[in-house]
Design a protein around this ligand. Sequence first.
Ligand SMILES: C[S@@+](CC[C@H](N)C(=O)[O-])C[C@H]1O[C@@H](n2cnc3c(N)ncnc32)[C@H](O)[C@@H]1O
Length: 220
Amino acid sequence: MRRQNDVAVDIEALCAGLEALGLEASERTVQLFARYAELLGKWNRVYNLTAIRSDAEILTHHLLDSASLVPQLKAIAPTAGSVLDVGSGGGLPAVPIAILCPEIRVLAVDAVGKKAAFIQQVAIELGLRNLRAEHVRVEELEGEFDVVTSRAFASLGDFTQLTHHLLGKQSVWLAMKGVQSSVEESELAEQIRIERVIELTVPGLNEERHLYVMRLTGSE
Ligand SMILES: C[S@@+](CC[C@H](N)C(=O)[O-])C[C@H]1O[C@@H](n2cnc3c(N)ncnc32)[C@H](O)[C@@H]1O
């Protein structure tokens, strides 16, 4: 019997969505996404990881929305070896990136311990050896990452200010946003430049999505 909050994604819609994004819907990928959705539903009962609970919305608003970053990530940083996902919550977009880019080491951080614990559990249960989670406030994290991502985390100004110590000269920020915001753009510090703002189209989601590509000034 299905319990409330059990999540079973529509596999056909998942495959169609991934393919519409130009991503390969291999058996492995589809199984991993489906299992991740199940775990999100199961842990959501106790941990309140996301307000979105319907199968269809988990697919469009979380899985495909996060997956829409991946083709851009591959185009913008084709040789990236490491990604830091900031304020990853239930693992978005960290888990989809780790599933779709097995060659990239993904670190997901969140200030809330139970969220980081959930992502770490996902890494174990899905056998994602390239995914790790840490319970830490990002401003206290140390290290250097090729790509620093976030979705629904903070304003562009706060995101870049809290993470600029984690970027190398060639690193890039990828911030997933709904609408474009000239106010947020104007609040960026001088040493940050917006390289591009890319309109993202998420299959099955009739909402505006934009990806801000930002770098430190003086970098390539
Ligand atoms: C709105 S949620 C977004 C979660 C996820 N990225 C998504 O798109 O569903 C923002 C997350 O940022 C985390 N957060 C807030 N401030 C943080 C900080 N300074 N360092 C790390 N995580 C932080 C919160 O705990 C929360 O899980």
